[in-house]
Write a protein that binds this ligand. Structure first.
Ligand code: FRU
Length: 511
C-alpha cells in the first residue's frame, strides 16, 4: 500500500511520488495550512519545476492536492511564497473577496541556455478558490531582471503593517534585496543586505524576513533567514540567519549579533546536514501568534542520489521559531510544533540512572523495567535530561540499532561542548561519498550542567532539539531495516547521570 515503501517517512511530509525540493508558498487560510513545494512530476530527479500542493488542518496530517503551478512560456516555477491579499490591493480578487497570491521566480531555461544573464525574474499567480485553481497574472513578470543578475530568485512577501505596503525579499546572488509594493504588481527597489556579512561560500537562496518578539523582554527584532549552497557548517547546503532592525527600507544588523557574522562566520538555524531552504508560514492568526517553519529535509550534495525509488525527499517536521537573547547574542530557537503530540501512542516514563559504557536498553529504564524488546514502529519521540558531573565526561546520547548491525548515534560531547549526530554506520551511504564522511557537529549555545535532548526518529531521519531548541540537528539516514533497538550509551563510563525522561512510540501521519 501507499507510504509503506522502504525509507518512506512516517512522520514527515513526502509527495506520493517523484521529485520534491524546497517548501514554497506556505500560508494559513480559512482553517488550512497550505504547503506548496518545488516539484517535478516526471522524474525522481530535479527538472522543470512546478509547485506541488498539499493542505493540512493540523500541520501533521496532509492531504495531497493536484499540482498548483505549471511551467509556462515565461519559464519553470521556482521557489517563492504566498499571501492573502485581504483588501484586494491587487484587484485580482472576486466577489468582494481578496485573492490568495503566489509570488514565485520564473526560471527561463531557454534564455539560460542561450547564455543570457537575465533568465530569472519574479511573477505572480492568484487563486479565488482556496488555492485549488490558479491563474497566472497576465502582466508577468512583476519584477523583471533588468540589471541583470544571474541568481535572482525566491521571493518571500509579507505585509509591512507600519508602512502599509507589501515587502518582498529575495536572493540576488550573494545578498538579499528588499522591494516594496502597494498592490503586489508594481514593485520598487528599497535596499540590499548581506554582501559583507555571513558566509559566502555559495549562492544565497530562499530568504525569509519577519519581526519577532524577543522572549521575555518585550522588544521586537527582525530576523533575516538566508539559505546558502554550498557552505553549510557540516557541508553542503544549510540555512544561516541574521538579527537586526528594519526601518521600512533598510535592514541593519544588531550590534550584539555582529561579532558572530563578520569574518565569514555565520549563525545557523540548524547545524544538521538536512534542513535547507526553509521559510515560515504567512497569515498565522494573531490569536495563535506562532512563527511556524518547515524546511526541505535534504542537501544538494546528495539529494538527487538518495536511495528511494518512488519519490525523493521529505520536509522537516514543522517547527515553532522563537527569538531569545543569550549572553552570546540573539538566537533563534526551534521546537517541534505541539500538534505533533497527537502522534504519541503511549507514554513510557524513563527512570534516571548512572550512564555506563555498556549501553542501557531503553526498556531497562521503564518502570517496571522490561526485557529489551523490538520497537516495531521505527518512529519515536524521546525527551531526555542529563546531568554532567565532570567536564571530562565522554560523549553520550542515544544509540539506535537494527538487526543488521547498523547504528546511528546522536548526543552530546561535553569536552567539545557540542551536540553531534553520527550516521557513518547508519546504513546505505554508497550513493554519495559526502553522505557519511564525518560526524555532524553543532556547538552548544547555552551553558548549563544539565543537557536536554528532545528527539524525533523516523524511518529515514533524526531530529535533535537540544537545550529546548537552542541547538538543532536534522540528519537523514537509510538503514537496511528500521531501527528497532534504542539505548542510552556513553563512550566511557563516568561523569554523566541520566536524570530521567519520556519515551513515546509514534503513530504514522498517513492513514
Ligand atoms: C533552493 C533552490 C532555489 C530555487 C529552487 C529551484 O534549493 O535552488 O533557489 O528557487 O531550489 O528548484
Amino acid at each position: 500500500t501507499d507510504f509503506q515503501e522502504p525509507h518512506r517517512p512516517q512522520l514527515h511530509f513526502t509527495p506520493r511520488e517523484k521529485w520534491m525540493n524546497d517548501p514554497n508558498g506556505m500560508v494559513y487560510y480559512e482553517g488550512e495550512y497550505h504547503l506548496f513545494y518545488q516539484y517535478y512530476p516526471d522524474s525522481t530527479v530535479w527538472g522543470p519545476m512546478h509547485w506541488g500542493h498539499a493542505v493540512s488542518e493540523d500541520l501533521v496530517h496532509w492531504e495531497h492536492l493536484p499540482i498548483a503551478l505549471y511551467p509556462d512560456t515565461l519559464g519553470w516555477i521556482f521557489s517563492g511564497s504566498a499571501v492573502i491579499d485581504k483588501n484586494n490591493t491587487s484587484g485580482l480578487g472576486k466577489d468582494g473577496k481578496g485573492p490568495l497570491i503566489a509570488i514565485f521566480t520564473y526560471h527561463n531555461s531557454v534564455m539560460e541556455k542561450a547564455g543570457r544573464q537575465d533568465y530569472q525574474y519574479q511573477g505572480i499567480a492568484y487563486s479565488n478558490d482556496k488555492g485549488r485553481t490558479w491563474e497566472k497574472y497576465a502582466g508577468n513578470p512583476v519584477v523583471p531582471n533588468t540589471t541583470p543578475i544571474r541568481d535572482f530568485r525566491d521571493p518571500k512577501v509579507s505585509w509591512y503593517e507600519k508602512g502599509g505596503y507589501w515587502l518582498m525579499v529575495f536572493a540576488a546572488q550573494n545578498r538579499m534585496m528588499f522591494w516594496k509594493s502597494p498592490n503586489l504588481i508594481d514593485w520598487e527597489f528599497l535596499s540590499e543586505f548581506g554582501e559583507t556579512y555571513g558566509t559566502h561560500a555559495g549562492v544565497w537562496e530562499c530568504p525569509d524576513f519577519f519581526p519577532m518578539k524577543v522572549v521575555g523582554d518585550g522588544t521586537t527584532k527582525w530576523v533575516l533567514i538566508a539559505s546558502i549552497n554550498p557552505g553549510g557548517p557540516n557541508g553542503g547546503s544549510a540555512t544561516q540567519y541574521f538579527v537586526g532592525d528594519f526601518d521600512g527600507k533598510v535592514f541593519t544588523l544588531d550590534e550584539t549579533f555582529k561579532p558572530d557574522v563578520t569574518a565569514e562566520q555565520a549563525v545557523w538555524l540548524d547545524y544538521g546536514r538536512d534542513n535547507y531552504a526553509g521559510v515560515t508560514w504567512s497569515n498565522i492568526p494573531e490569536s495563535d501568534g506562532r512563527r511556524l517553519f518547515i524546511g526541505w529535509m535534504s542537501n544538494w550534495q546528495y539529494a538527487r542520489e538518495v536511495p528511494t525509488e518512488k519519490w525523493r525527499s521529505a520536509s522537516t517536521l514543522p517547527r515553532k521559531l522563537e527569538l531569545h537573547r543569550l549572553p552570546a547574542g540573539y538566537r533563534v530557537f526551534s521546537t517541534p510544533v505541539k500538534e505533533l503530540q497527537q502522534l504519541r501512542r503511549n507514554e513510557k516514563v524513563l527512570a534516571g540512572s548512572t550512564m555506563d559504557k555498556t549501553p542501557l536498553p531503553l526498556e531497562s529504564l521503564f518502570a517496571p523495567a522490561a526485557t529489551p524488546e523490538k520497537n516495531a514502529s521505527g518512529t519515536y519521540e524521546l525527551i531526555l535530561d542529563f546531568l554532567i558531573t565532570s567536564p571530562e565526561a565522554s560523549p553520550f546520547g542515544v544509540l539506535l540499532n537494527n538487526d543488521l548491525g547498523e547504528a546511528y548515534r546522536v548526543g552530546y560531547h561535553p569536552g567539545n561542548q557540542e551536540f553531534f549526530s553520527d550516521r557513518r554506520e547508519s546504513g546505505d551511504h554508497s550513493f554519495s561519498e559526502a553522505f557519511a564522511d564525518k560526524v555532524t557537529r553543532a556547538p552548544r549555545v547555552v551553558q548549563s550542567d544539565t543537557v536536554q535532548m528532545h528527539l524525533f526518529f523516523d524511518h529515514a531521519s533524526a531530529e535533535l532539539f537540544g537545550d529546548e531548541g537552542a541547538t538543532v540537528i536534522t540528519d537523514i539516514y537509510f538503514p537496511g531495516e528500521i531501527f528497532n533497538h534504542i539505548s542510552l550509551y556513553q563512550e566511557r563510563s563516568g561523569g554523566v547521570k541520566f536524570l530521567g525522561g519520556k519515551f513515546y512510540p509514534l503513530n504514522s501521519i498517513w492513514p
